[in-house]
Design a protein around this ligand. Structure first.
Ligand SMILES: Nc1nc2c(ncn2[C@@H]2O[C@H](COP(=O)(O)OP(=O)(O)O)[C@@H](O)[C@H]2O)c(=O)[nH]1
Ligand SMILES: [Mg+2]
Length: 360
């Protein structure tokens, strides 16, 4: 049961209700699923932007700068930042908190950092649910920053309309990025720390890697010696006499709206260089999603994934609970450790009892 004043507070844009609703969801406290069900019909107003990439790349700094840019444009911003939890304090990274708090006196901004430790439903689900609350509250933009380790980097793509991948010259070359799967989820790529050596080269490598993926291998490669390469393979410029270079012919694309090709931008988050261009690229991507109906497609996919996750979470919660099979599991574990049963026999026994218990 959800207190009706909480729903009303959300609808009336009361920050205290927002904070309470988010805590309810983050802690999985009684009634949190009822609350999420109740707001479901009002979702879809916010644009959700996932910000991902290796730790230390400048995601938080960039999120702060993006927030400032959106505020200047008169837009409200919700930020969900997933912080690596310390096994000692369970706390969020202090540096992130302090930096983020610079924006937090502004009522048009709401920032929530969540510790990534032990959430039953998985971090990506909870993050998406917190974003739902922010959406229902009415933020124009929701920025979701990941920890930047492993699967969570990739999961953000299912929680966002647009995924921004932030890399730095230290991230390695374009091929490595492709191998890590980041290229697959990137709608916009940023090479941050463009003040550092190697930024330009990484940017070029990323452009080549994107070209490889879209089948237009040499499209982005700049010709040497200032020779501009024309689309028909001819050349112009000071070295007109050079024989035309042979470029990979574009692979025929399927008919329909042109595919989005992720732009590769350069930023220096610490002094806001390139942030205006980044805002522009994010807007363009969203417009592309709308024009091609991919927005509806992505959001449907998101609902499907969410539903699966919620079922999964509910089943797991029940199994380990006292009404469920906790006692059965305990005794089966003893059999396994005593060498009486294999994990498989034990698990099969638990599942059989479970099915019997719910009368299937
Ligand atoms: N030189 C340089 N440092 C930056 C830039 N952007 C961020 N940093 C610094 O990089 C460090 C990590 O940034 P942070 O935003 O916490 O990265 P995150 O782990 O990806 O969130 C901080 O000390 C930032 O001040 C940049 O464009 N250039
Ligand atoms: Mg960070």
């Amino acid at each position: 049961v959800i207190p009706s004043d909480l729903l009303r507070g959300l609808r009336d844009h009361k920050p205290a209700a927002l904070a309470r609703a988010i805590s309810l969801v983050e802690n999985g406290a009684t009634g949190f699923e009822d609350l999420l069900a109740a707001i479901h019909g009002s979702l879809g107003r916010s644009r959700r932007i996932g910000v991902t990439g290796p730790p230390g790349g400048g995601k938080s700094t960039l999120v702060e700068r993006l927030t400032a840019a959106y505020r200047e444009a008169g837009l409200t911003v919700g930020v969900v930042a997933v912080d690596p939890s310390s096994p000692f304090t369970g706390g969020a990274l202090l540096g992130d908190r302090i930096r983020m708090e610079r924006n937090s006196l502004d009522p048009g901004v709401f920032i929530r950092s969540m510790a990534s430790r032990g959430s039953l439903g998985g971090m990506a689900t909870t993050t998406g649910e917190v974003a739902d609350i922010m959406d229902a509250f009415g933020f124009d933009r929701i920025l979701i920053e990941t920890v930047g380790v492993g699967q969570s980097e990739l999961d953000v793509a299912t929680a966002a309309d647009t995924t921004l991948v932030v890399l730095v010259p230290e991230s390695g070359d374009g091929i490595q990025v492709m191998k890590a799967g980041l290229m697959e989820i990137a709608d916009v790529l940023v090479v941050n720390k463009a003040d550092r050596p190697g930024a330009d080269r990484l940017r070029q490598e990323l452009e080549v890697a994107i070209g490889l993926r879209s089948g237009q291998v040499y499209r982005h490669v700049r010709a040497h010696h200032g020779v501009a390469v024309k689309r028909d393979g001819g050349t112009e410029g000071p070295r007109d006499r050079t024989p035309p270079l042979v470029f990979g012919a574009p692979v025929p694309r399927s008919p329909g709206p042109p595919d989005w090709e992720p732009p590769v931008l350069a930023t220096i988050a610490t002094d806001s260089t390139g942030v205006g261009e980044l805002v522009g690229a994010l807007d363009r991507h969203f417009a592309h999603l709308e024009q091609t109906d991919q927005l509806a497609g992505r959001r449907k996919k998101r609902l499907e994934i969410r539903t699966r996750e919620v079922v999964d979470r509910a089943v797991r919660r029940w199994i380990w609970s006292s009404e469920g099979q906790a006692a059965e599991v305990e005794s089966a574990l003893k059999d396994v450790t005593a060498g009486v049963k294999s994990p498989y026999e034990a698990a099969a026994g638990i599942v059989a009892k479970l099915l019997g218990g719910v009368g299937v």
